[in-house]
Design a protein around this ligand. Structure first.
Ligand SMILES: [Mn+2]
Length: 314
């Protein structure tokens, strides 16, 4: 759905309505800022009330939460409409299952495929959801405050790993946010994870159980952890792997993070496509939640990966 049409539909639908804003589990700065700013924007365009459901955060989002302190939805809040940001629809959102209202909107930058039953503005070429919120706010005539611009900038910096994965659009959006009054230094403090002792321990522990697979010129690494699966997958690429999968038990299933370097991506590997419906992400960085044991999940990934590498059908 084009941005103008999406914005108009959103505005028309939320008039006088109660709106819930959801994002993905263990929300990161991109999801957090996108949800936070959306809730203000929805109030501005005519919602009766709007709240972001942000009670499952990663450590950086928690830091943002300390500063922004968004009001939590009242216990008796019964939303009519849901807006899902930074996730491919209600199904992938934290607490989306609790929503029993009538209409769902989605704003996301992951490769979502078709999202049934929702009106969506999805741009997989955007590096962050915060860039999309910036665009939608300007199309709705909603003026961002400097604090909101800082939050969106933090989300953009986090998702682009501080411009490592940024296209020209992200750089332009960042400049626009700074012009509005966004503070780059503050945004940086929300987007860079400190190398805490627990993160370093988790990386080193995960390194003890790395399994390697060779395929032509590519080195593929697998390991498990309890926490920080994304950071560990990233660290495995820094160690020299071309593709890394890290599995962490979470609830009744397993959260898997995958990373692929430029060489792997240019040879046709697309991790978002690899995980399909069970996950979301981009060609070089994607994750999935799969209900099974860690062993089964990693074995399944290996089997599918070997089959795909053999046939070159990535
Ligand atoms: Mn994102």
């Amino acid at each position: 759905m084009g941005i103008e049409y999406f914005s108009e539909e959103l505005k028309r639908s939320v008039q006088g309505k109660k709106v819930a804003v959801f994002s993905h589990p263990r929300v990161d700065p991109d999801g957090f800022a996108a949800a936070l700013v959306s809730s203000y924007m929805l109030n501005y365009i005519g919602a009766l009330s709007s709240y972001a459901y942000l009670d499952d955060m990663n450590s950086l989002a928690k830091r943002m939460n300390e500063k922004y302190r968004p009001s939590a939805p009242p216990a008796d809040f019964l939303p009519d409409i849901a807006l899902v940001v930074d996730a491919c629809g209600l199904k992938y959102s934290h607490r989306g299952k609790e929503f029993h209202g009538s209409e769902v909107f989605v704003i996301d930058h992951h490769q979502c495929g078709s999202i049934s039953g929702s009106k969506s503005f999805v741009d997989p070429h955007a590096s962050s959801s915060c860039e999309l919120i910036l665009k939608i706010s300007s199309s709705l005539g909603f003026a961002l405050t400097p604090d909101m611009a800082t939050a969106l900038l933090a989300g953009l910096l986090f998702d682009t790993a501080i411009f490592k994965y940024a296209g020209s659009e992200s750089v332009i959006s960042a400049a626009e946010l700074i012009n509005i009054g966004g503070d780059y230094q503050t945004a940086l403090t929300f987007s860079k994870r400190e190398l805490t002792k627990s993160l370093r321990m988790a990386k080193l522990k995960a390194a003890k159980s790395i399994e390697l697979l060779n395929s032509g010129d590519l080195i593929i690494a697998f390991t498990t952890t309890d926490i920080f699966e994304g950071e560990i997958a990233e660290a495995l690429l820094n160690l020299g792997a071309d593709i890394a999968f890290v599995a962490a038990p979470r609830g009744k299933g397993v959260r898997v993070s995958g990373r692929a370097d430029e060489k792997a991506v240019s040879s046709g590997i697309n991790l978002a496509d690899f995980f399909k419906e069970s996950g979301g992400g981009h060609e070089g960085a994607a994750g999935a939640y799969i209900e099974d044991s860690v062993e089964n999940v990693l074995r399944g990934i290996k089997t599918r990966l070997i089959a795909r590498l053999k046939t070159g059908s990535f």
